[in-house]
Design a protein around this ligand. Structure first.
Ligand code: FWK
Length: 483
């Protein structure tokens, strides 16, 4: 498999496409010319890329839930409820786990059993099995733009089907849907499969249709340091831009210290624009998405509303273009439509109250921004070095060597030597840097910040801090103080 960070020719793309469409019978429904026509007839307010770009120009933060159920009519009812009752600005369809593993046979069974049971027995919407026709029914039933939210290493067929059905945003990437979501899929495989997805979007862009791509920011959602998360986002942004993607939303999972969270979004937007400009990618529409707390949630509904509202406030103050809304059922399972709608309403209340406000500059914010940029530079320079200038090759090698290392990732390709922990203000720092090539100054900064916590708590810097931090929010605090 010869991987390079080069835009695929149409010939290369259409050759691979023949195999992709054979993966399930509904692949035969995909007709690109029809898809272009259908997408062009969509009103602007139902195009995800356009709605995001308008929000960015207006300095607004849009609210979007996650949502997906097995049966088509119930899924339509769910999305309509979240749109009308919840007030969601943008709509998802969260795809089920079988589809994410390309196990469409099980989806077929799951749909039939759900019909028998009269309730959803899948944990999401099986978009491939419903095909273009079914996905068009969903799009035509709602009046908001639709995005595919999932965690699929090989998401090529799902992309073909949903995009030609008028869904105008697609989440995922070759790193962000491998390391947190796969067990033993090679980086070569996922980098290449996601080049396909991005090249499909590039093809639509060449026909005059804008489709938004959103690399998955939170990764494992467990104490992921800002610089690792942002570096992955910037890499996936650049890999997508090379394939012709123009509308890109870069993501970040809330960590909990407000200043660090704001620094994360600000540096993400700024550095992505800088890299795209430096590499000659023009007319990019780069936006950001802030995911409300992705770690363990309190079971208590009132406390959970506190976490959700705090995430809404941080998203607004960071200036993110979009916020992904959690629900008070997070600690229990798939939320009811009512719990989902209530969380959107609470989030939008906070967004409305903070409209036009962003966190003012401060010395603490400047220090955090400087630190994040220095750490990202170390990672990005090494990635390019490992690839002899080729970002795709460098990324594959960087994962192998642990230069890109995601904490608590299930993928066997992930090194798993780096360890995070919170400092005394709850900012996430590097407890162990593993093979991430930070300078001694960066390592010393991280250790010194952790030492302040150790001194305050009267204990040594240790992995116990990490463990305590993982359970803290579920227990009602941000920092996992010793009992
Ligand atoms: C990225 C993980 C997040 O996606 C959420 N999630 C997964 N499947 C669904 C679903 N089917 N409906 C609503 N939320 C969902 C889950 O609660 C978790 O917060």
């Amino acid at each position: 498999m010869n991987i390079k960070n080069k835009k695929w020719t149409e010939e290369e793309f259409f050759k691979v496409r023949e195999e992709v469409l054979k993966q399930w019978p509904t692949g035969e429904e995909v007709d690109l010319a029809e898809g272009v026509k259908y997408l062009k007839e969509l009103p602007d307010h139902k195009n995800f890329a356009k709605k995001l770009w308008t929000a960015k120009q207006d300095g607004k933060t849009l609210a979007q839930p996650r949502a997906g159920v097995a049966l088509l009519n119930e899924h339509i009812e769910l999305l309509s409820f979240l749109s009308e009752e919840g007030g969601a600005d943008l709509l998802p369809s969260t795809i089920d786990s079988y589809t994410r593993l390309n196990r469409y046979e099980e989806c077929e069974r799951g749909i039939k059993e759900s019909e028998k049971a009269g309730r959803s027995l899948l944990n999401g919407f099986p978009g491939v099995n419903y095909g273009v026709k079914g996905c068009k029914r969903v799009l035509e039933a709602v009046d908001k733009p639709l995005q595919v939210r999932h965690g699929t290493p090989d998401a090529r067929l799902l992309a073909e089907i949903t995009m030609s059905a008028g869904w105008t945003s697609y989440e995922g990437g070759g790193i962000s849907y491998n390391l947190p979501y796969a067990k033993s899929v090679s980086m070569e495989r996922t980098i290449r499969d996601w080049q396909y997805v991005d090249r499909l979007v590039g093809w639509y862009e060449e026909q005059g249709v804008s489709i938004n791509r959103e690399p998955y920011g939170p990764l494992t959602g467990t104490l992921v340091p800002v610089s690792i998360s942002n570096a992955v986002q910037i890499i996936e942004c650049l890999l997508a831009a090379e394939q012709g993607v123009k509308s890109i939303t870069l993501g970040y999972g809330q960590c909990g210290n407000l200043v660090q969270d704001v620094a994360a979004i600000r540096t993400l937007q700024e550095l992505a624009e800088e890299y795209c400009e430096k590499l000659g990618y023009e007319n990019m529409q780069i936006t950001t998405v802030f995911h409300q707390w992705m770690g363990g949630f309190p079971e208590d509904e009132s406390k959970a509303f506190g976490v959700i509202s705090n995430g809404a406030a941080a998203a607004a103050l960071s200036g993110a273009t979009k916020v992904i809304v959690k629900t008070t059922h997070e600690a229990i399972g798939i939320p009811t439509k009512e719990a989902n709608a209530n969380a959107i309403k609470a989030t939008k209340m906070v967004l409305n109250l903070l409209e036009g406000q962003t966190l003012p500059d401060s010395e603490e914010l400047e220090t955090e921004i400087k630190q994040v940029k220095a750490e990202i530079k170390c990672i990005m320079d090494k990635v390019y070095d490992l690839g002899n200038g080729d970002l795709a090759l460098g990324t594959i090698e960087a994962v192998k060597q642990g230069v890109i290392d995601i904490p608590f990732a299930p993928a066997n390709v992930n090194m798993g030597k780096m360890l995070p922990a919170r400092d005394n203000k709850g900012r996430i720092r590097y407890l162990e840097c593993g093979n991430i090539p930070f300078t001694d100054e960066i390592k010393a900064f991280n250790t010194a910040e952790l030492q302040k916590r150790a001194d305050f708590e009267g204990r040594e810097i240790s992995f116990q801090m990490t463990v305590d931090d993982i359970f803290a929010v579920g227990k009602g605090t941000l920092i996992g103080r010793p009992e």
